[in-house]
Design a protein. Structure first.
Length: 162
């Protein structure tokens, strides 16, 4: 396994610990935001479906409502992708997937913690991986919000026609 040569000083370790905590907080915020928005978007999607089944709506309004279902449905799917678990089966991955590859060999796990430079490099890799995951989650949340805004605009266009 290749590791980046990083000086294992206390300042670097403390900074890395703080940055990892920030990334974990961002991941929690993204998951919390996606969960809350999923409920909101699901309600909006249910409302759109109910409106499209109303018999006394003009045809252009029905068409716009059906059109609004597409971005609202996309928003729900994208939010579900945000919440989907991203556990790597890569044995060099960070966190518990890595430790699971040791198959009941605690001595080998302890050896992983004996070299401070190796520990620091592994934590730095975890920081990079988790930061990328947080960025993807936040971008997907933005895409879901934009999709719902599009559905809302179509809904507003349909209301005067109904």
């Amino acid at each position: 396994m290749d590791f980046i040569a990083i000086p294992a000083d206390q300042h670097a370790a403390d900074t890395l610990t703080a940055e990892l905590a920030d990334v974990h907080d961002e991941l929690r915020r993204a998951d919390t935001k996606a969960t809350g928005l999923l409920g909101l978007f699901g309600a909006a999607l249910a409302g759109l479906v109910a409106l499209t089944r109303t018999a006394d709506i003009a045809t252009p309004a029905v068409l716009l409502l059906h059109l609004a279902l597409l971005p609202a449905g996309v928003a729900v799917v994208v939010l579900l992708l945000v919440l989907r678990s991203r556990i790597s089966s890569n044995p060099t991955a960070a966190g518990f997937p890595r430790w699971a590859t040791y198959h009941y060999d605690p001595v080998a796990v302890l050896e992983e913690f004996t070299d401070p430079a190796v520990v620091l490099a592994r934590r730095a890799r975890a920081l990079v991986l988790l930061s990328g995951l947080a960025l993807v989650k936040h971008h997907r949340i933005g895409t879901a919000v934009n999709s719902l805004l599009t559905a809302g605009a179509l809904l507003l266009l349909a209301l005067p026609l109904a």
